[in-house]
Design a protein around this ligand. Structure first.
Ligand code: FAD
Ligand code: NAI
Length: 490
């Protein structure tokens, strides 16, 4: 009885403490304090973008020393690793978004957040021009502002290689609207296949889903579609489920080149076991309204009927980034992205710092890299603020002796270069299985299966930036487990 009493009390105390902590954190998140106002004597950092790199920068920067302006066409941060789960309704779109103002309102000094698209950067005059391209615009929808420092973190867009039909006929998987679009079109294919009198051949076409690109995006999208089919569609569309076919098309001889060989083999055999056709060495040459044109490994051309093409062909730089490269052509020679030094500063331009997918470095274009670069740059700006303050003191010094003393302090201000720490590569491969290449004591530890999937889930939930997102994602996972995915089309 005593043991049970102690156990009961401990449980009660734990529940009360947990509830109290939850209430405290959510209260703090919802009630930001007062902030320092804009200070014209401080330097201005303009941040372009609100993705992984920019949000990590905003999260870590101590902006007491700076005025900050954020310009982005999306007024939120999108947790891209869980985007394929939104495309099939495992997660709700809002669960993986974090409004940028939720971040900036908690900083010591006010930050201006502007929903607009940067259209031009002038590195000579240190200005950036941006436009409101949203459907509703005020009288003014374009302006140019000056920056002292520019954090350039606008990411990349989807690479289509100019292949006919891709841009207007395929679905992408890069932004929130892409996932919502794919979900709607996928369900539309199902409903059209169920229309009375549809021929077997037409049902097969409508329910053939072609995923292009065997990188991690293509793999995860294929895996999510398969889960949707097995866990939900078989119940709600029993007459159609056996017609659903998923083909994954990859131009290179192998999928997932960034993973170790055994994990590639594991993924391919798991896909084949679950009836996902993996066509390697096969290149998409055109996307048509009702088919996709493939160049097979033997170079023959085949036109394959399909209902939906999901394009995950990799990254390319945005027009505004390419324009910037042209302006700095003596120092920017890589077509793959902006070249930066060890401190993230753009080669050939002073005061512009580039992070994430806009850069071409020795690191892969991943969230992990952009996140670490953003955090690094925030710390670096603390050192820059110190150095700028000393430079101002030196310029105001009245004697040579004082000037030299300050000069000595300036030369001691150490600028530490960026150092990337790889924490591993993970991907979801469907049927409650994931693969992971994890660095362990200077070696690589490859793991796959259900335990890895649980690790994948816990890693992603802990990487979500806020308690709000963690709660929403956990609740969505529970909703899907108990009630399944929603098959209503919006
Ligand atoms: P982004 O996060 O893309 O942010 C770019 C920002 O710039 C956005 O806010 C955008 O609205 C804004 N913007 C665009 N144009 C302009 C403009 N003209 N002016 C101003 N702002 C602009 N990486 C991993 O490490 N692990 C994963 O599991 C993983 N999963 C992924 C899953 C998917 C489906 C995708 C698409 C990518 C995934 N990645 C993953 C890669 C990762 O998302 C990117 O590497 C990361 O988003 C790059 O961060 P970024 O800040 O450079 O760009
Ligand atoms: P990717 O560049 O990794 O893969 C694109 C694939 O599409 C390539 O393998 C390419 O050969 C193929 N392809 C291109 N054109 C083709 C065509 N015409 N026909 C057939 N195949 C064609 O792109 P992805 O997967 O979008 O990833 C982009 C970045 O985001 C990568 O750096 C990746 O590591 C990262 N990412 C990481 C994830 C993770 O860690 N779980 C998940 C998703 C993305």
């Amino acid at each position: 009885t005593r043991f049970l009493t102690i156990l009961g009390r401990t449980t009660l105390v734990t529940i009360l403490a947990g509830t109290g902590a939850f209430y405290y954190v959510t209260y703090k998140e919802r009630h930001p304090g007062t902030q320092l106002p804009y200070d014209p004597s401080k330097k201005t950092i303009v941040v372009l973008g609100s993705g992984w790199g920019a949000t990590s920068f905003l999260r870590h920067i101590d902006n007491t020393d700076y005025n900050i302006v954020v310009v982005s066409p999306t007024n939120y941060f999108l947790f891209t690793p869980l985007l394929p789960s939104v495309a099939v309704g495992t997660l709700s779109p809002r669960s993986i978004l974090q409004p940028t103002r939720y971040e900036t309102r908690h900083k010591p000094r006010q930050i201006k957040v502007i929903e607009a698209t940067a259209t031009n950067v002038d590195p000579k005059n240190k200005t950036v021009t941006f436009s409101d391209l949203s459907p509703i615009r005020g009288q003014i929808s374009e302006t140019t502002i000056a920056y002292d420092y520019l954090v350039y973190a606008i990411g990349a867009e989807v690479q289509t290689f100019g292949i006919p039909g891709v841009q207007d006929k395929a679905c992408f998987m890069k932004e929130l609207k892409d996932a919502e679009n794919m979900q709607s079109r996928f369900l539309d294919c199902l409903e059209s296949a169920g229309f009375p009198g549809q021929s077997e051949e037409e049902i097969d076409r409508l329910l053939h889903m072609v995923v292009v690109g065997g990188g991690p995006t293509g793999i995860e999208v294929s895996a999510e579609i398969r889960d949707f089919l097995e866990e939900d569609l078989r119940s709600w569309y029993p007459e159609l489920a056996q017609h659903i076919r998923i083909s994954l098309v990859e131009a290179m001889p192998s999928v997932l080149p960034m993973f170790s060989k055994q994990l590639i083999e594991y993924t391919v055999s798991s896909f084949r076991k679950h009836k996902i056709d993996v066509l390697t060495g096969t290149m998409v040459k055109e996307v048509k309204d009702k088919s996709v044109v493939l160049q097979m490994p033997d170079k023959s051309i085949q036109e394959v009927p399909c209902g939906l093409v999901i394009w995950a062909g990799g990254n390319k730089q945005r027009d505004v980034t390419r324009d910037l490269m042209v302006k700095l052509k003596d120092d920017q020679k890589s077509p793959r992205g902006l070249q930066i030094d060890d401190f993230m500063e753009l080669k050939g331009a002073s005061g512009i710092y580039a992070i994430g997918d806009v850069t071409h470095t020795s690191y892969a274009p991943t969230a992990q890299v952009a996140n670490q670069e953003g955090a690094y740059l925030a710390r670096h700006f603390k050192t820059i603020a110190k150095r700028d303050a000393l430079l101002a003191q030196r310029d105001a010094a009245t004697s040579n002796e004082e000037r030299e003393k300050i000069h000595a302090r300036i030369s001691k201000t150490k600028m530490r270069p960026f150092h990337y720490t790889h924490q591993g590569t993970l991907a979801y491969i469907g049927s409650d299985e994931a693969i992971a290449d994890l660095p362990f004591m200077n070696n690589n530890y490859a793991s796959a299966g259900t335990a890895t999937y649980l690790f994948w889930r816990s890693a992603y939930i802990s990487n979500l930036f806020t308690l709000r997102n963690r709660t929403l994602v956990a609740a969505d996972w529970m909703r899907t487990m108990f009630f399944g995915r929603d098959v209503s089309r919006n």
